[in-house]
Write a protein that binds this ligand. Structure first.
Ligand SMILES: CC(C)(COP(=O)(O)OP(=O)(O)OC[C@H]1O[C@@H](n2cnc3c(N)ncnc32)[C@H](O)[C@@H]1OP(=O)(O)O)[C@@H](O)C(=O)NCCC(=O)NCCS
Length: 225
């Protein structure tokens, strides 16, 4: 394996945009026409900076730079970039809602080397750790074989309306988890690196929260009501 996973950063966006364009025009070519792909790039296939800000988007870094990406979301949107979004993407409730799997793209020169599967595995561990027990996604026909191979089931096949008269066929897929999170000891080194970065981020957020809590209402000093 000559690539490794890490969390995406805002500075990756230009490289991610280029990767998405390359991946769509190459790996989706057997499934969608040139016109469909051209109309979907932007509204459907794009970077969602909210996932990067949430720490739920991964990149695979290979010899030549970013060679894969994909993530999950604790927010309502199923697909699309953030550019046309008006307002906040609402948070999901892990106890009642299904987490989302979002925006997987592999560089055509790096396809079928396990990058998509490794990113999905890192997402599933993070989804379980966040308390979700179900995942839902809208998959492209190009993505369907990956998700089927990872235990996702087809729920519905429908045509997504694009700009103009174009439509594209997509598949709503779901997975229900019955197992607790896997031990990181069984994961590949790249996935471990991504997960420990995630744990570091959570620890930093907790430390910030504690600082804030202590400065506004020290623990144990709240008067009884
Ligand atoms: C879908 C996509 C991300 C898969 O990425 P990848 O890194 O090549 O996937 P992996 O190498 O991890 O594949 C894992 C398994 O998924 C299945 N799979 C993946 N691509 C497949 C294909 N084109 N045909 C058949 N099976 C496929 C296989 O079972 C594969 O295991 P194998 O190679 O040992 O047979 C990639 O094809 C892509 O970027 N497609 C274009 C963009 C897109 O449509 N993304 C999906 C958005 S929902």
């Amino acid at each position: 394996m000559n690539w490794m996973l890490r969390h995406a950063a805002e500075s990756d966006v230009p490289r991610l945009e280029e990767l998405i364009r390359l991946s769509v025009h190459s790996l989706q070519a057997p499934y969608y026409t040139v016109a469909q792909r051209a109309e979907a790039l932007g509204p459907v296939f794009a970077v969602d900076r909210q996932l990067i800000a949430d720490g739920t988007y991964f990149v695979a870094e290979g010899g030549s730079g970013v060679v894969g990406c994909g993530g999950w979301s604790k927010r309502k949107s199923h697909f699309g970039g953030d550019v046309d979004r008006t307002g906040v993407d609402p948070m999901l409730n892990p106890a009642a809602d299904a987490a989302r799997v979002r925006a997987f793209f592999t560089h055509p020169g790096w396809a079928r080397r396990g990058i998509g599967k490794a990113i999905l595995s890192a997402c599933e561990d993070a989804i379980l750790a966040a308390g979700f027990t179900r995942v839902e996604m809208v998959a492209t026909l190009a993505g369907e074989p990956l998700y089927l191979s990872c235990g996702y089931q087809e729920k519905e096949r429908y045509s997504l309306h694009l700009r103009g008269d174009q439509t594209m066929q997509v598949v709503r897929m779901t997975k229900v988890f019955s197992q607790p999170p896997r031990s990181t000891q069984t994961l590949q080194p790249g996935v471990i690196a991504a997960l420990s970065a995630s744990a570091d981020q959570t620890a930093r957020e907790l430390a910030e929260l504690m600082k804030h809590t202590q400065s506004t209402a020290p623990l144990g000093t709240t008067p009884p009501t």
